[in-house]
Structures are given as structure tokens and as C-alpha cells.
Ligand binder design. Sequence first.
Ligand SMILES: C[S@@+](CC[C@H](N)C(=O)[O-])C[C@H]1O[C@@H](n2cnc3c(N)ncnc32)[C@H](O)[C@@H]1O
Ligand code: SF4
Length: 376
Amino acid sequence: MSGTVRHLYVHLPFCAHRCGYCDFVTVVGREGLHGQYVDALLAELELERAVLEPRLETIFLGGGTPTLTEAGALSRLLGALPPAAELTVEANPETVTAELARFLREAGVTRVSLGAQSFQPRLLTVLERQAGPDDVRGAFYHLRDAKFDNISLDLLHGIPGQSASDLERDIEEALALGPEHISYYELEAKPGTRFTHAHGEELARQAEAMEGYFELVIEQLNEAGYRWYETANFCLTPARAGGRDVRARHNLAYWLGRDYLGLGIGAVSTLGAERRRNTPRLNTYLDGLDRGESPPREIEPLDENVRAQERVMLGLRLDIGLPFAAAKRSLDHAALSRLERLGLAARRAGGDGAETLVLTPRGRRLGGAVTAELLA
Ligand SMILES: C[S@@+](CC[C@H](N)C(=O)[O-])C[C@H]1O[C@@H](n2cnc3c(N)ncnc32)[C@H](O)[C@@H]1O
Ligand code: SF4
């Protein structure tokens, strides 16, 4: 594993405010700590540098709100990262000015993932978002003006109060911007949270409509020339993207079951036979690295069987499926025959002639339930 990891995730947790539905590791306030946090990230990078290849395939700066990070600290971080073919930054629309967009481009960022969520003011209020639809469009134009040619929009379906026509309007608005990539997530509301408490009944109604909503998203985006390449992810086909493959290369590495290193609070790494999860506590993280020590972290051993099963679960999310030979020993073969007969799974010749296991579009829409049945 030493010196062979080609994918790096960096967590920038600061947010101006916590959106009701969000379950990510975030820190609200503590503005004075941005510089110290970036110092700690760079110290952690030095401690881990030996596992990384000198040139990376992908780096992903996720949050939190990476674009809220104080400009000097963000610039220091971007300047110290190893070179990478794809460098993505997650951005909140209300933070994207013309100046920030130019700064990101000049700092070598190749791709921006913009958290739109919806274009309906009413639904953005339910989500407690700070950006309105005009902020989303404005941010998108600033990024285009700064010559970003790979922009992704994050959108949600299943928002309390969202009707099918709201969803259609969101899809139309997103398509009008012409992003290269769209992530369309189903809103997950954790039981016991303030959000779930406030919107319980409406969330139950949404859950019933969810399958229909998901189908609507897939159908409309396919019709508009987007490839449904992963359960929740769509990208322009090469014919529509100037011959480029604009799938999210970083996320693709996760779905292909590759190793990756994660830096920052709450960050996860999967390295050979172990998965690590850094402490989510900001002070504990800062104190550890200030002493020159790795941050406290949970370590989960992963044997080859577990990794093989995870590769099947993740690989079946992709339209390309996964090599059958690699999946074979993790599968319940009686279940596979049954699912093939039901038209939910299929074996096909892959591009290189080797047999590939895929879920059919119907199987992919049902997703986790089909995969769970397939696993031995
Ligand atoms: C980690 S967030 C960071 C992005 C950025 N801070 C923002 O909110 O615009 C990345 C994406 O995860 C998705 N997300 C966050 N909470 C979610 C939830 N409870 N269910 C489904 N998707 C969620 C949102 O679409 C969001 O844009
Ligand atoms: S801005 Fe993004 S990361 Fe921050 S709380 Fe809202 S959804 Fe979560």
C-alpha cells in the first residue's frame, strides 16, 4: 500500500449555519480557527504523505463549506496539496463571488460541486438553506465566467412539501444551466433529529412518492442527454461534453473500491486491510496534530472478504457493473439466477470481452434491496 494511494479527500468542516437536514461533520462559528485547522490538515498530510503517490488522480475538498474557509487559509491549503488530475471543491452558492471563482480556477481547481438542492424558494426555506435560486444561478455563472468547464449541481428529491411539479421545475431549472454533472440525492432524514420532528408526517408522505420521483429524475435527465452512470449521479455523455468523460473521477474511485486517504475531522480512509475514521472533535484533532501526533481515530479491520463484498455493493451502483470473476465468490448464486429471471440482474460481455455483472435499470432503481439479496 505504501506510496500507492492515488485519491485524497480533505474535509473542511466550517459552515455559516447548520441546515436542518444535514448529518455531516460540520462546525458552525469558530471563524478564528480556520488558519489553525489548515495548519493541522497540512501536518496530517505530512504524517501520511508516504502512503500517497507523488502525483494523484483525484483530490476532493468536501465539507462543511470549503468555500467559507478564510481565503488565506484556503489558498495555503490549495498551494500545498500534491498535484492531481482532478481537483474538486464543494461550494455553497452564497459563498461564490466572481473573485472566489477566479481564485479557485487560478489555484488549479478543475471541478466545482455546487450545492443547489432546489430552485424553489419555499423548499429552500424548509431545508433552512441560506442561498436562494438567484444565488445558485449567480454562482453557476461566476464559475462559468471563470472558465470552469466541469461543474456539478447537487439536488435533492423527497423534500417535505415537494410535489411532482416542483421536482419537474427543479429539473428544468438545472438543465437550463447545462452543468456537466448532476448528483440527485434522495433526502435522508435521521430519526430523532429536529428536522424529522418538524416534518415527520410530510416525510412519510414523501417516502411513499419517492420511487416515482426517482423515476421522473432518471427519465428526464436521460432524455436531456445525461448518462445515469451511478445510482444518484448523472453526467453529460461524451458526445455532449466535447468528447470528455465527465463522471466524477473521485467518487468513481470509491465506487470501484479503490484505496483513498482522508484528512481532517471525521474523515474516513480505506487503506488495504483497514478503515480509519478520524475523531469528529475539532479541539481533539487540533491538539493532537499540534503535538505532532496523528489524530485519535477509530480503526476497523477489513479482511479481503469484507472488501470484496463492499466492491460488489458499490460496483452494482454503476451502469458498467463489475467484473463477474471478482464478484463470484461474494454472491448467492441461487439468488442471482432468480434475479436474472426477474430481469433485475444480468451478465454481459464487458468491453474487454470478460463477463460483467450488472443490475438492469429496473434493478438499479430498486437498488439496495436487490444488492442485499445477491450477496452471499
Ligand atoms: C456534505 S454536503 C456539502 C455541500 C455544501 N455544504 C452544501 O450544502 O451546499 C454535500 C451534499 O450532500 C447532500 N446532502 C446533505 N445532507 C443530506 C441528506 N440528509 N440527505 C441527502 N443528501 C444530503 C447535499 O445535496 C449536499 O449538497
Ligand atoms: S451548508 Fe452543507 S455541510 Fe453545511 S450544514 Fe448545510 S448541508 Fe451541511
